[in-house]
Design a protein around this ligand. Sequence first.
Ligand code: ADP
Ligand code: MG
Length: 280
Amino acid sequence: EVSVEFSGRTRVLTISNQKGGVGKTTTTVNIAAAIAALGGRVLVVDLDPQGNASTALGIPHDADTPSIYDVLIDEFPIADVVQQSAESERLFCVPSTIHLAGAEIELVTQVAREQRLKTAIDDYLAREDTRLDFILIDCPPSLGLLTINAFTAAEEVFLPIQCEYYALEGLSQLLGNVRMIQKHLNPRLRLSTILLTMYDGRTKLSQQVAEEVRSHFPEEVLSTMIPRSVRISEAPSFGQTVIAYDGNSAGAIAYREAAVEIVRRDGRPTGGESRAENGE
Ligand code: ADP
Ligand code: MG
């Protein structure tokens, strides 16, 4: 068994990519479950009106369930809406419901509309009984106010990239958005982590995409890649992560290895002195 140490502070990562279907939600829930299996305490914030992360964690999220919508629009404390996953006593979720689809519009007229998630998370972390090593925010595939709330609340952007055609398409747009958020809303935000997903080593294309991404982002890309795997795609229909559904499958092993890398990186820039930030 590998052992990792947790830093004692809470790292907040937003799992973002403006493309849909690239593995954002799959990565969020499986990395969360893998970190919990390593002994960390993890909260998943489901910020996608589709509620796929809630489903995959086996969290009830019908229309009547108190959810992230109530947090963002009616200022419910996170403590009032958080649920524990049946999979682990260290794995928690703030679910999304169908109401969240309207929040994008409703937020427009709210005070501090970009900061509402950040404020809610700060309040939650300030509680004496909150102990979390990670908060992972699962974003919808668009740059609306929900995603802007995630970028404002997080320190780290975690970008899953699908090893397929057009993998790099839209990436410069995402990086531009990160810079815009850094400038106007959240100077601490940075792209810390890239994970190559749905990798198929038998195809030249997957290898080429992986090489290209690594050459552009040598520091950020994890050495672990997530293979294309049926077990990974089956797990959500059982309300489980692949870690619980089939812990010995190649997909579960890869997600656990990726989680170890993430925890060991400790959220600080790698690559030595030249990239050190804030005098740390
Ligand atoms: P996003 O949240 O970016 O829209 P999802 O995580 O929902 O993407 O993934 C899109 C689809 O691809 C889902 O059906 C999911 O089950 C499937 N999928 C994700 N990762 C893998 C993988 N490594 N192998 C096989 N299928 C995958
Ligand atoms: Mg998703």
